[in-house]
Design a protein around this ligand. Sequence first.
Ligand code: HPA
Ligand code: ZN
Length: 349
Amino acid sequence: MAIADLGAVLRGAPKVELHIHIEGSLEPEMTFALARRNGITLPYADVAALRAAQQFTDLQSFLDLYYACTAVLRTAEDFQDLMLAYLARAAADGVVRAEIFFDPQVHAERGVAMATVIGGLTAGLREGQRQHGVEGALILCFLRHLSEAEAEQTLQQALPFLDQIAGFGLDSGEAGNPPGKFSRVFAACRALGKPVVAHAGEEGPAAYVRDAIDVLGVQRIDHGIRAIEDPALVQRLAALQMPLTVCPLSNQRLQVSPDLREHPLPQLLAAGVCVTVNSDDPAYFGGYLNANIAAVQAATPLTAHQWLTIISNSFQASLRDDAWKAAWQARLAAHFAEGGMLPAEARSR
Ligand code: HPA
Ligand code: ZN
């Protein structure tokens, strides 16, 4: 098989998605369907008008629309349907496991209880596993534009559901909301034995990536691309093998990296950083995981060997055990080999 078939090998490869906000998978069609079901009037005439509103100048302009659309999510059934729709799309892209963010504080503001949100999402995970064979895990994200006291209150509300929460994260508006604002609540999460991750270095400076590691004790950085501005930090990320969950179409659409030909992913990869590719908010940014991979490949073509590394990293960076990772990494390498992309052959290209 020739190099021309790399696209097909990538589309069919088994993968892990590590950076997906379930609320960011709310497609305009489903937004209108749920609005009708729940008797909510949207400030958009139709699906086309809502899609047309998906023009973003920065992270906040996106968050404004993203939070507004969550108004249609009311019942456990809504959250279940949302999760199942995402898992169907993920399965079509070869995703075998997804570690999925959710924002309970956004829903609490509208009076939707933690039990409703988690109950619906876990029902969706069970159904997605049954129908599509994708395994999923939930990561509860605290909203960084709110106070640490509010995050601590959210953690209290989550305690009865700890068995259904794989880890904790930090998202929303980054500028002016440094990791250190959440040092105590993250320490509490770690004391509960839960892994923690955080968005850092998306719009915020490289120093926030450093602080997420040193102050919050994260085991993964979401985005992290502005680390490229600090060569010593890039070296440290590589030495630590600290994974970055990079989201190319998100970076493009939020004007973090408007031209994908200049995106730092290849440079971070060359520096030995454990980079992964993910979709962030696919209903808003123009595509799911395979669309992100295709967009990178169109802008800055990488070799089969480089892609094998990136996708293998997604297994390595997951919250699963080493035996599971090794088994899937072997299957992934076999998939590349069967597609004519033997690692040795790929390396020589
Ligand atoms: N950054 C911060 N917060 C978010 C994002 C993001 O890309 N998507 C959803 N919430
Ligand atoms: Zn994100």
